[in-house]
Design a protein around this ligand. Structure first.
Ligand SMILES: [Zn+2]
Length: 641
């Protein structure tokens, strides 16, 4: 989430020249003039509309799932903790049941759902999502008032986990991780749905946190941060801007975990063995603090973290980790057989970090990763039949994807999953004062209010390798349309009103079309795709195939997969089911010659057949994101001839 700041807002929020207290020390506050703005801004979700196609379909399925849930059930425990009678029974899974009670995630779904309905309202204008947003905020406000101390929480033992944490006692579960979701839901209700009471409730929660933690020593605070604490740094930094309250920014910095911030800021990768989705949100927060303070170590840590995770620690789909943890980068091959690789929350959060880094330093390398993880991680995460979503996306050869139940699971990835498909519009286009950046090739329309321009993108990408941008302008407008030249595309071609645009991509990876625009102008972008191999990091005898941005997987049939069998309640059972024996094909020969043995299947876009010696038939290669109900092979073992 990125929020535009005017200089005036920064001055108000930060108080130019004043002193502030950071971790018990008085330090000069940075002057607002020293504070950089991100170079680019995202468009508000209200300014972008999806116009059919894959992403629109996925968004619609998510909308149906959001409608099917009952907000009153999510408020059960927050009402109990405020001594108010609950209005509906509590939900199951992570929200109330063993064996998950120990992790204290009660209420996380409420926060994710609030974010999701607020963003879905902004993305679709459907007033029913606005009503749900306002209902949840009103309920939270009622609970906060009834308690009287600013806190709203849904833990089964009231505020006990938080009280223990701030008192330096051993505490149950991951209370700050869970609280972050409620903070973020309120922020999103304010930003995306303009829900009137959301900001006061968020400020009340932030004040409670400030007061509860103010007497903690630095050592105590850092010990507390050894336990997963979600995006507390980011959301408190956001709250400081939205509520014009500098002390929340000080608090955001107290939530910075020095044990990971310091080494990564120095370019040292100390991530082996760490829980992946605990770390990623920290760095989103450090980037946000960097945007607001210009403190170099925060920005350096975020950028180095992104680089090492995307370049050295990710699978071809953009996902990372096994059993939710980063492993040594030489060990990829040892983890391929796992059914618990690539937690979907990790991809969700890597995308959020990516767009923040892109906005500060526009470069197609960020947008390339964004596209890769969006098509192959996020599109793949939703079951097109049920609308339910993945937890892990297994690299185990011949395994299948597993999806949550509608109302009995409520995993972390159920929550981030609700959000993923509500906000596709937030990263297709970006803008600065002079330029409109086109990052993704998704059918959509964007309204650039400041310049009076609307751009309508029409495409069947990636099934077709062409996209069209049609301009509507109220008056003749001088501006730049910056079209990303994807890293996977050798020779992108651009025409403007059927004339070849001779400019090539600049150092940031964008073709800058600078001209005076009139209604009816049309830009066509031709994006030829080729088939390529991507080797597993550190294990070049394992290869994945990709065509353009789309990772292809071997389709290995549906043996043993009964209808509905992929819907599971308990994510911990991933890998313990649907393990029918499957013959796993391998490839023989020099990997460099393999591509020549792969042929497109006539009449089936993005589908190929790989001929393998010793098999009577070839193996079909299809987009990994499409193989929702089929056993698949993401990485192929190759043998020398
Ligand atoms: Zn998750």
């Amino acid at each position: 989430m990125s929020h535009d700041l005017t200089r005036r807002e920064l001055l108000l929020a930060l108080g130019a020249g004043a002193m502030c207290t950071i971790a018990g020390r008085r330090v000069p506050r940075l002057l607002a003039a020293d504070i950089p703005r991100a170079r680019l801004s995202p468009f508000a979700l209200t300014d972008v509309r999806l116009l059919g196609g894959l992403f629109h379909d996925t968004q619609q399925r998510d909308a149906r799932y959001l409608f099917s849930l009952e907000p009153a059930r999510m408020q059960h425990n927050s009402r109990v903790n405020a001594a108010l009678a609950p209005k509906a029974p509590i939900y199951g899974g992570w929200e109330s049941e063993e064996p998950w009670v120990g992790i204290r995630c009660h209420g996380h779904t409420l926060g994710h759902y609030l974010s999701a309905v607020a963003m879905m309202y902004a993305s679709t204008d459907d007033l029913r999502f606005k009503e749900r947003t306002d209902y949840l905020v009103a309920e939270l406000r009622a609970c906060q008032r009834a308690r009287g101390d600013g806190l709203v929480c849904a833990f089964p033992d009231g505020s006990r986990p938080l009280d223990d944490a701030v008192a330096g006692r051993p505490f149950a579960g991951v209370p700050w991780y869970t609280m972050h979701k409620i903070f973020a839901g309120l922020r999103d209700a304010h930003v995306h749905a303009k829900s009137t009471d959301a900001l006061p409730v968020l400020a009340g929660l932030s004040d409670w946190t400030w007061n509860a933690t103010r007497s903690m020593s630095d050592e105590q605070f850092q010990r507390m941060l050894d336990t997963e604490h979600g995006g507390m740094t980011e959301v408190l930094a956001d709250a400081s801007v939205l509520a014009h309250e500098p002390k929340y920014l000080d608090l955001a910095r107290r939530f910075a975990h020095q044990k990971v911030l310091a080494p990564l800021a120095e370019g040292r990768d100390t991530l082996d063995g760490l829980h992946s989705n605990t770390q990623i949100p920290k760095f989103i927060g450090y980037q946000r603090v960097h945007e607001l303070t210009n403190l170099p170590e925060y920005g350096a840590a975020a950028r180095f973290f992104w680089q090492t995770v995307t370049e050295r620690r990710s699978f071809a789909t953009g996902g990372n980790g096994d059993q939710e943890h980063f492993f040594p980068i030489g060990d990829f091959a040892k983890h391929l057989g796992s059914a618990k690789t690539m937690e979907t929350c990790c991809t969700h959060n890597m995308l959020r970090l990516t767009r923040a880094l892109f906005a500060e330093q526009p470069s197609s390398k960020y947008a390339d990763y964004y596209e890769r993880a969006l098509y192959n991680g996020i599109l793949a995460s939703q079951d097109p039949d049920s609308g339910m979503m993945t937890y892990f996306q297994a690299t185990r050869p011949g395994y299948v994807r597993l999806y949550h139940t509608p109302t009995e699971s409520f995993w972390c990835c159920t929550g981030t999953g609700m959000e993923n498909h509500a906000k596709y519009g937030d990263s297709i286009y970006f803008k600065d004062d002079d330029a409109l950046y086109v990052n993704l090739f998704i059918p959509s329309a964007v309204t650039w209010r400041e310049r009076g321009l609307t751009v309508t993108q029409t495409t069947r990408f990636p099934e077709a390798d062409i996209t069209q941008l049609a301009v509507t302008a109220g008056r003749h407008t001088r501006a730049t349309v910056a079209v990303r030249h994807p890293g996977w595309c050798d020779t992108m071609g651009v025409t403007v009103n059927d004339r070849v645009w001779s400019g090539r991509a600049d150092a940031t990876g964008y073709v800058m079309i600078d001209r005076e625009w009139r209604s009816g102008d049309v830009v066509q972008v031709h994006l030829p795709m080729t088939l390529r191999l991507e080797t597993l990091p550190g294990a070049p005898d394992f290869v994945a195939f990709a065509y353009g941005p789309v990772v292809l997987a071997g389709a290995l049939g549906r043996d043993g997969i009964a209808p509905g069998a992929q819907i599971i309640k308990n994510e911990r059972e991933s890998g313990n089911m649907l393990n029918a024996p499957v013959e796993i094909p391998t490839l023989t020969g020099d990997p460099r010659t393999l591509l020549a043995r792969i042929r497109p299947v006539a009449g089936e876009p993005l589908t190929f057949e790989v001929a393998e010696p010793g098999r009577p038939q070839g193996v079909r290669l299809a987009p990994y994101f499409q193989l929702a109900h089929e056993r698949y092979l993401l990485y192929w073992k190759t043998h020398p001839a």
